[in-house]
Design a protein around this ligand. Sequence first.
Ligand code: VG1
Ligand code: CO
Length: 543
Amino acid sequence: MLTIRTPSHPFKDQRPGTSGLRKKVAVFQQPGYLENFVQALFDVLPDAAGQTLVLGGDGRFYNRVATQIILRMAAAKGYARVLVGQGGILSTPAVSAVIRHHGASGGIVLSASHNPGGPEGDFGIKYNIANGGPAPEKITEAMFERSKTVSEIHSIDSPDIALDALGTIYLGRMEVTVIDPVAIYLDLMQKLFDFNGMRKLFASGFRLRFDAMHAVGGPYAKAVLEGALGAPPGTVVNAIPLEDFGGLHPDPNPVNAEDLVHHLFAVDAPDMGAASDGDADRNMVVGRRFVVSPSDSLAVLLAHAHRVPGYRGGISGVARSMPTSQAVDKVAKAMGIPCYETPTGWKFFGNLMDAGLVSLCGEESYGTGSNHIREKDGLWAVLFWLNLIAVTGESVEALVRAMWKEHGRCVYSRHDYEGISLSSADALMRDLRASLHSLPGKSLAGCSIDFADDFSYTDPVDGSVSERQGVRIVLKDGSRAVFRLSGTGTDGATLRLYLERFEPDISRHDLPAEEALAPLAALAEAAANVRLQTGMDCPSVTT
Ligand code: VG1
Ligand code: CO
């Protein structure tokens, strides 16, 4: 055992929320910084004797270095076994699947998800618990407290181990098994979806373009789509995980995955396009000349879930994060199943799924998933769509339009104001919160406001309350403007403004979203002085 004295590095301005700790690589490279996080985690966890830990990351810069450090510390903590992905690689959904499959006590994910990577980019780390989902606040708060006083790092003295060959080796008395990153995940997908039907779809000439954005989704998409499903080679592009994601931003939305959208709008466009993010838990689905909004995607999946083998037994309920559009609420209502509205972040779905209250969930931020694991799952969502297309013979666009026709369209857009100062972000939210009580009944920018509040959530399972989860200003028909600050950025603050308008009239479903949402954008401006407070004339990213 090696004990290193170290300066303690409390996580200060960014507590390790349930998306973990995300910082610039240079911050993680400070002596003892990563070690402080891991030691704080190991100190708050119970004894590890006999336990298994899962370890893997999205392959970004520093992934390999961090993996070796953590392996040595896990040996000192006394784990019986660590399952580590080959090359240090495991997507976030795969970590969740492997934890559950092997009954591990938890897992460590090395990723900053959709944030850029490389030496100048971001690195991140988070802990998942035995159900496969992100650690609850109880644990992350305890870690944060512990991090302030950690002064010793417990490690073992041992050289780096080979991560590229499958097999088992010993690190001290701890067994380290380097596992195939894809096998368990692929198995799980085969249990949920009709692989025969999808194989036939590809054999009949259906064309998909899957853009893995040089991130960890590549090996998974290749093995599942081109391997198990027989999609033609070249279906998956940018499939090799690069340490810097090719210098790009691995965030699958029409702005960062512009190239994919471009291909789907070309004359010779494939039938469907899809992309996943840095750690492969997000997904974007694009039809031929038709971009699917993530909120609509969730509603479509719910409407057709009975057609997919894994969900044939029925859907107990659904959940969406508060800023996600209400399209799924309308489908759930028509189906007579409950729809839960939770704060932003996947962890809130975990309790609902563990209690059997929901089977499907989703967020507006290109995240969709189900109770097969406890993380969102990018490739799973793409397979769900492919399965629906195989069964119905309908196109992506037709499936979405049919949902709009039946339930009305929730026109939706998110405006991000990135890199603003923390003080102006705080001032905007403070002023907005202070004005909330005066808004109901008032008419602003031509919109008459029904109610306004700061979203508060009481977990129906454990009764825990999460307050101040975002300000919403709502009109009579459910149309709304929602404001919240991002918890995942690493440069200053990011204001997110979510606009949603309900449009029952089918003749107006083709109106450009910008035009349909203009009244709500005006309402948001009038309520929060966004331009003045952020010093920006327009959002830096609109999705
Ligand atoms: C963003 C999204 C949120 C998502 C989170 C983690 O958070 O808005 O919906 O759960 O990222 O996604 P925020 O606080 O920046 O708005 V990922 O793909 O980083 O695990
Ligand atoms: Co992600």
